[in-house]
Design a protein around this ligand. Sequence first.
Ligand code: UD1
Ligand code: UDP
Length: 382
Amino acid sequence: MSLTTVEEAPKIRVLSVFGTRPEAAKMCPLVLELQNHPRFESMVCVTAQHREMLDQVLHIFGVVPDYDLDIMKPNQTLSGITTRILEKIEPVLRESKPDLVLVHGDTTTSFAVALAAFYQQIPVGHVEAGLRTYNMYSPFPEEMNRVLTGRLATLHFAPTSLNRANLVRENILEKIFITGNTVLDAFKTTVRENYSFKNTILQKLDLNKGRYILMTAHRRENIGPPLEAICHAVLRLVKEFDDIKILYPVHPNPAIHDPVHKMLGHQARIYLLDPLELTDLHNLMAKCHLVLTDSGGLQEEGPSFKKPVLVLRTETERPEAVEAGCVKVIGVKEDAIVEEVRAVLTQEETYQSFLKNPNPYGDGSASRKIINAILGWKEPLI
Ligand code: UD1
Ligand code: UDP
């Protein structure tokens, strides 16, 4: 019996499926590596759970989807997203016949696509597997999306050893690969010395003068009173510190956009921006003084730019950066937010304490590690 040679073996057909801005930011670097690898036939399907924010990222990486489910609707519901994806992905899976479907993280796209692939008995690879808070309502619905996607997946690409341990605790014992986070791979495409911003408001600001706070808030569990408390805290902070400026690219979800504009619009030194292109966001992070956010991605990116990240949530599924001292979870209560930001703004020692340790989410080689793991699974004899 002779072994198959590399030249003889059919290429491995990988369908990467994603739908939102953060998934695109973290999957596009992997898609580029798959496209350039001779052993893979790379296909991309976007659900377009997000539309403009997804397209912004695709454009930056030059990724052109083979399939676009175009499911986004204004004010969409979770069951609406799930059912539209389940219906529309089925013929795509039948036509594209992938050996492996790759999904990312914890969105409703990830869960619905993993379920649809399971229905057709197509193996699923889960990128950014194993993050947990163990609170099914926080982050909501992401914690459960991630647990269910993990249950449906065959290959688990865990950013850290802690993520791997979380999976093992759930009796997922095989085919877990520690890879780091692919978001660090994205910096090769996005971060530039002497970068010129595309956003016209950023173009006009002198980012070397004063202290800029980059802020984002969009999580479903923060909609309503927590978001109002966050806005009140920001108003108090700009009043107390006359050298700070808030740069807040606002998520287009009307449940976020409308109250934020109502509370923070037309306030001195608060700049409400349209969602920034990923290149603008990353290069702005390199220049700002501090990051105030409820975003998962910003918690992973901030430490690479050596900026303190204060998290506007009550818990995080990304404790590695907290343990490394790069990130602090400060909750969503007005007084606590003001106190924590004040401490970082006024105490140099506190500020510096965030910058001591390296980013715990890897070194920018996650995509390559994922590809090697897929090769080892699919072609152990080649
Ligand atoms: C989704 C993910 C969340 C992720 C976030 C990143 C789920 C359930 N939620 O939440 O995990 O952290 O993306 O941003 O998967 N909209 C637009 N244009 C866009 C994108 C969104 O107008 O390009 C508006 C639409 O009105 C849409 C609404 O935002 O209905 C909410 O979008 P949705 O994907 O349902 O929720 P996110 O809060 O963005
Ligand atoms: N991001 C961006 N423009 C913005 C805000 C965020 O490109 O105006 C990027 C950010 O750098 C990160 C990703 O979007 O890579 C995070 O997305 P988001 O905060 O929407 O989602 P989460 O990470 O919380 O799921």
